[in-house]
Design a protein around this ligand. Structure first.
Ligand code: ADP
Ligand code: MG
Length: 394
């Protein structure tokens, strides 16, 4: 789960990580009121779940009331569009108004979970404020890493090694060690998957301040953190994904036109692979899960149909724990309660498959029932393209 910069900075405050004084605003009037309170220069920053806001015109320095008002008008309501937001971009609904800081040096600091080594890694660079991917490509020698064994935890020497490599002086070293230690605490206690400060700045008064803040959390650990759950902003998420999460469906929206309903993550991936192999394009990843209920099948079906890109639905169910006749009832009920004007290809195999197929046949619905994975995939691709010649997909 992602949160906004202003929320991440509140969390930073709880862990004694220094951030500039600031407050969130939803309107231009509130922006000006906060700016007047904080004083000038102040920075007005678009709050969306994406980075690269500065380059997209979503971060502006205001030197007086008129500029604060002008930038608030400009930023609230704008769309931030870059690689992180996808083609549609993200609409700005709120801004963070914060004190302007006199920057002497910009650093980069992050803690992420290294999956290969199965331990957290602290990453630091002297090239802060830029895209870290670019630094990694062009100057890999400017990026420093310290792996932290989760059992022994972070020690002072980790931070000292990093601060030497960054070329920090004595005062900066002390501040840096303290900050890394607090950031590590946050990372572990809140089950974050990434905490990133880019830039972490040294000011003209020799302070170390987090000017940007990004924190993502491990979704599987959110049950332990109701305070973090409250920070969720569904405005920033795909509406289909929000709807699917209400029914605990594992759904991820994609750009294609074949709506897929599959049980089990492995089969869902195999289904997407075979569709791609036949030059089709899945509209989504959807794993309805094992032991699924009729109601969840119905909701999943509704979500697939609601996606206007979907030209055909491919239902691929292997009945292990889940009974295919239950799936069939769910699909038939959902289809009957909706106005479906796109073809549906259905492949039911495994537990109670005969009963399942019978339910589909007797439903009076015009479903295309297949008994073979390859044929069902080819049929779906063909229908998604409006082709008549199935062999043309090979
Ligand atoms: P993003 O990474 O999305 O572009 P940042 O929060 O990193 O957004 O802001 C972009 C740049 O704006 C920073 O690298 C920094 O140079 C400048 N900036 C951000 N906040 C402040 C601030 N409070 N005072 C001065 N400059 C700032
Ligand atoms: Mg940044």
């Amino acid at each position: 789960m992602k949160i906004h910069e202003y929320q991440a900075k509140e969390l930073f405050k709880d862990f004694a990580i220094p951030v500039p004084e600031g407050m969130v605003a939803y309107t231009k009037e509130d922006t000006v009121e906060i700016a007047e309170k904080i004083g000038y220069p102040c920075v007005i920053k678009a709050q969306v779940h994406a980075g690269g806001r500065g380059k997209a015109g979503g971060v502006k320095l205001a030197r007086n009331r008129d500029e604060a008002l002008g930038f608030a008008e400009e930023i609230i309501g704008m769309h931030i569009k870059n690689l992180q937001t996808g083609a549609q971009g993200k609409k700005v609904r709120k801004v963070l108004v914060e004190k302007g800081v006199n920057i002497v040096n910009e650093l980069y600091l992050a803690i992420i979970m290294d999956r290969e080594k199965a331990m957290p890694v602290v990453i630091a660079s002297s090239e802060g404020g830029m895209e870290i991917e670019k630094v990694a490509e062009e100057h890999p020698d400017h990026i420093f890493k310290e792996y932290i064994h989760p059992i022994t935890g972070l020690s002072n020497f980790h931070s000292i090694i990093l601060s030497f490599k960054l070329g920090l002086n004595k005062t900066e070293q002390r501040l840096f060690s303290e900050l890394v230690s607090n950031l590590y605490k946050l990372f572990m206690e809140k089950d974050a998957s990434i905490v990133e400060i880019n830039p972490l700045v040294i000011t003209d008064t020799e302070e170390l301040i987090a000017l940007d803040a990004k924190v993502n959390f491990d979704d599987n650990a959110l049950v332990k953190h109701s305070d973090i759950m409250e920070l969720r902003d569904t405005d920033e998420e795909d509406p289909f994904e929000v709807e699917a999460s209400k029914y605990k469906l594992n759904y991820i929206k994609l750009d294609g036109n074949i709506g897929c309903m599959v049980n089990g993550a492995g089969l869902a991936m195999a289904t997407m692979d075979i569709l791609k192999y036949y030059k089709g394009d899945p509209a989504n990843f959807l794993d309805v899960g094992g032991g699924t209920s009729e109601e969840r099948i119905k909701e999943a079906f509704k979500i697939l149909i609601a996606d206007k890109n979907v030209k055909v639905v491919f239902i691929n169910i292997f009945g292990g724990i889940v009974r295919t006749d239950i799936v069939a009832i769910g699909v038939v009920n959902a289809a009957k309660s909706m106005n479906i004007n796109i073809p549906v290809v259905i492949l039911l195999r495994g537990t109670n498959e005969k009963q399942g197929r019978k339910i589909i046949e007797e439903s009076g619905l015009n479903f295309i029932a297949e008994t073979d994975f390859k044929k069902a995939a080819l049929k779906s691709v063909e229908l998604s393209r409006g082709d008549k010649d199935v062999n043309s997909c090979k």
